[in-house]
Design a protein around this ligand. Sequence first.
Ligand SMILES: Cc1cc2nc3c(=O)[nH]c(=O)nc-3n(C[C@H](O)[C@H](O)[C@H](O)COP(=O)(O)OP(=O)(O)OC[C@H]3O[C@@H](n4cnc5c(N)ncnc54)[C@H](O)[C@@H]3O)c2cc1C
Length: 475
Amino acid sequence: MLGITNRRQFLLQAPLAAAALLPGAKVFAAPALDANSVRRLASNVSGRVITPQMPDYESSRQVFNRAFERYPALIVRCVVASDVARSLAFAQSNNLQVAVRGGGHSRLGYGVCDGGIVIDLSAMKRVEVDAGKRTARAEAGALVRDLDEATQRFGLATTSGGCPTVGIAGLTLGGGEGRLMDKYGAACDNLLSAQVITVDGRQVEASADSNGELFWAIRGGGGNFGVVTALEYQLHPVTDVLSGSLIYPTGRIPELLEAFARFLAAAPDEMDALAQVLPSDSGRRLRMDLCYCGNLQTGRDLVRPLRALGPENDTLRVVSYLEAQAAGGFLQAPVAHFQTNLFLRELGGAETAAIATAVNGAPASCKLVIVPLRGAISRVRVDATAFALRQPGYEVDVAGVWSTPAEKAQVVRWVRDTRDRLWPFAHGVYVNQLGDTSEKLVKLAYGPNYARLVEIKRKYDPRNVLRLNQNIPVA
Ligand SMILES: Cc1cc2nc3c(=O)[nH]c(=O)nc-3n(C[C@H](O)[C@H](O)[C@H](O)COP(=O)(O)OP(=O)(O)OC[C@H]3O[C@@H](n4cnc5c(N)ncnc54)[C@H](O)[C@@H]3O)c2cc1C
């Protein structure tokens, strides 16, 4: 570890400074920074450079998953693309780890790092809609709700996440699942182009006509290849939807899950649905969340078989798409949590029995969410984009939250045990919903696309500057 050698360096030894400011904070190795070079960076960017001594450092370093308390040396709150290029250059010349942050919802807290630099895009939120062309151009710090609100002014929308505060860049770069994916594909399937700052500071466009390999890679391959500053999406007409949930009495998990699978097998693409196995005082219960974006009477007719199964709570009604989206976040506020996922081809007897067994005795703060992948998202060829979850099936998200170390231990154990129990049925994982990582998981996520991603990584980021992510290593 480099010591504190003079006052200027002391002021910029973020980890030590942070440890001094925050009782119990971790002390760790980090390169000392020269104060003059930081001042130069601050005067060269249009945005702000936030250091540990500043009053908003504490709130600025925090990310959604409070399991990750990390102390960066610098946070650069970018406002233009050139700020990103300058931050990347600064990081490389000072040998700093780079964290890239949009909405800050990474399950692994990748939007912040210890002792490095955070390239924070959260102030770049502008969304412009071309209603005539049905396209939207969004800056990379826009959240799901920013994109939805801007596009809904014109009765348009594109697939965005189910949680309003997720960042659209992180969402789209990893694939992007949401209420419109059965009808219109993943968020990445609706990406028309992106502006990317490469690690050597170039600003390039990635689209079907320009840097095609990069365009292929950023549609699912995550933040491995460059820092995206803007994204252009295809939009679709979406107005009112039939949306809400059906909550069934406790027990009956296998029977209800099999009915859910049968319902979806016959449902049109306009029907989006997911199932949650939730805790309650009297045991585990199943909740189905539905959103139908077609003819509303047809939607009502379609959900009759699910209503006939006897939900004790039924909130399905016609709402605006924005209301449906606003109701959707599973975690409403930042909280320490651990979530992981796996992908099942089927929801048959063996799988539903394993799920029912797994949820027995689960801690009260844990749940399991089953997200069907079907319709348009599953009709895209597996090699058309880096996002490889194209076979029809079910993503199972296993998650829990905690507020004390004892709860954490219980939650983490249950999430891991549940994943192990379901693993024999698994055929893939979704990088955006992984609360852990390994080479094996990343390879599994990309399947046949992995080797091509490694080649593109080698071209665009040969020194693996952008490695705080579900990393594609440079072979
Ligand atoms: C409560 C909650 C709900 C969620 N719901 C959904 C959902 O409905 N559907 C779904 O598909 N996923 C969902 N996710 C997962 C989510 O898609 C990922 O966590 C995603 O990475 C979050 O993006 P972010 O910008 O908010 O996060 P950040 O932490 O800011 O970014 C995550 C990572 O994405 C990369 N990244 C972000 N911005 C850029 C950029 N501009 N350029 C290059 N790389 C970048 C970086 O590697 C970064 O570390 C949810 C997550 C949470 C916590």
